[in-house]
Design a protein around this ligand. Structure first.
Ligand code: HSE
Length: 404
């Protein structure tokens, strides 16, 4: 029997207990031994819940119990998760986690400790919830040089953008509705400002490129500036808007960015709607691959955590995780990255198009009768720096959105 502990009995922690109870027989069979939850660490008590007999409030009970071989850290946040994880690994216990903040910040150090002790630090659930993406990057796509990752990595913002697209509503109204339905947090900042997607793309890029991508160096824009009017234009263009997190290797330069982008109907990411996530990967020999599924939520995330527990049970004395170096991957300033831009300007095409064309070239105006006093257009491909200069020259830009 392999004894395990779960740190945190919140949404994901209770999901982990539920998944292990629901699929106990098949999980044991796959692990090759019975997996038993001996402790659940939480500050709270849960009287009446069968988990109560396993609840402990002191992490040292778990740390000092030699029977515990595997710990699922599903507390979230950097502290005390970092201290607990480090102590557990140093004590020779494998750890798995859904904690993207922790992996993005301290991944290389924790992976190194696990490697030195021939145990594992696994984090399938940290990116894309239940979608297998870390494992493929770690073990299936190893023949490839990956040169692009582009993902819809945040379920909350994808739900909001999908609702805005389908109902024509404004951001604030959809956000309130999503909060009432429990799809968005009371404090939605990490999701709507793109910080959550930023940490996830930092993890995926570190794995793919083998060096530490510092999430604090990734240019990040959220979806709070996207309006119902933007969506009207985009619909007329036969396209949609998605919050994309991507990283790209162009020659010897690496770019990473999180921002809302306009996506065409032929793009595989176009039809990824609601809380679903998708990760598109391009490898130099593989070509294109896309991973799609439930990117958030209690059971999908718990499913990925339990899959890591099973893998750790099967590899109690063998490190199976690719390592990424703690040296920082040098990201190129995005001002050199090139894109087309959709731009909305205040004015009337009859009076103002000439000035716009003088700055942006021979663009075609997009006019919506329901939005008088403004028009839109799509630029040719240009660098971020050139676009910024032209926007300043133009002076009457209401919004701009990059085009994938
Ligand atoms: N807040 C995250 C999301 C949860 O909406 O995708 C999963 O990481």
């Amino acid at each position: 029997m392999i004894q395990i502990a779960v740190l945190g009995y919140g949404t994901v922690g209770s999901g982990v207990v539920e998944v292990i109870n629901t699929n106990h027989a098949s999980i044991n069979k796959k692990a090759g031994e019975e997996i038993n939850i001996k402790y659940v660490l939480d500050l709270r008590d849960f009287p009446g819940d069968p988990v109560q007999e396993k609840i402990v409030h002191d992490f040292d009970i778990i740390l000092n119990d030699p029977e515990i071989r595997i710990i699922a850290e599903v507390m979230g946040g950097v502290e005390p998760a970092y201290t607990f994880t480090k102590k557990a690994l140093l004590a020779g216990k494998s750890v798995c986690t859904s904690n993207k903040e922790l992996v993005a910040r301290h991944g290389p150090e924790l992976l190194q400790i696990a490697r030195e002790r021939n145990i594992n630090y696994l984090f399938e659930a940290s990116c894309g919830g239940g979608i297998p993406i870390i494992r493929p990057l770690n073990s299936s796509l190893t023949a490839d040089e990956i040169d692009e990752i582009a993902g819809i990595l945040n379920g909350t913002t994808n739900y909001i953008l999908t609702e805005m697209f389908e109902k024509g509503s404004d951001f604030e109204d959809v956000l309130k509705d999503a909060q009432n339905k429990g799809y968005a947090e009371k404090n939605p900042e990490a999701d709507v400002e793109g910080y959550d997607a930023c940490r996830k793309i930092a993890i995926l890029s570190s794995l793919a490129f083998g060096e530490h991508v510092d999430f604090e160096e990734i240019y990040t824009e959220g979806i709070t500036g996207i309006t119902a009017a933007d969506i009207q234009y985009v619909k007329k263009m036969g396209k949609t808007i998605k919050l994309l997190a991507y990283s790209r290797k162009v020659d010897e330069s690496f770019y990473a960015m999180v921002a809302p982008e306009i996506v065409g109907a032929n793009d595989p990411l176009y039809s990824v709607n609601g809380v679903f996530n998708a990760i598109f990967i391009h490898g130099n020999v593989l070509g294109d691959a896309m991973f799609y599924g439930s990117g958030a939520g209690k059971l999908p995330t718990a499913s990925a955590v339990v899959a890591d527990i099973v893998d750790e049970a099967k590899h109690l004395h063998r490190n199976i995780m690719s390592f990424w170096s703690s040296s920082k991957l040098q990201l190129t300033d995005i001002s050199n990255s090139r894109k087309q831009f959709f731009v909305r300007v205040q004015g009337d095409p009859a009076a103002d198009l000439e000035k716009v064309r003088g700055i942006f070239g021979e663009v075609e105006p997009i006019v919506l009768p329901e939005l008088p006093g403004e028009f839109g257009f799509v630029t040719e491909e240009m660098s971020e720096a050139d676009y910024a200069k032209k926007e300043e020259l133009c002076g009457n830009v209401k919004n701009r959105i990059r085009i994938r």
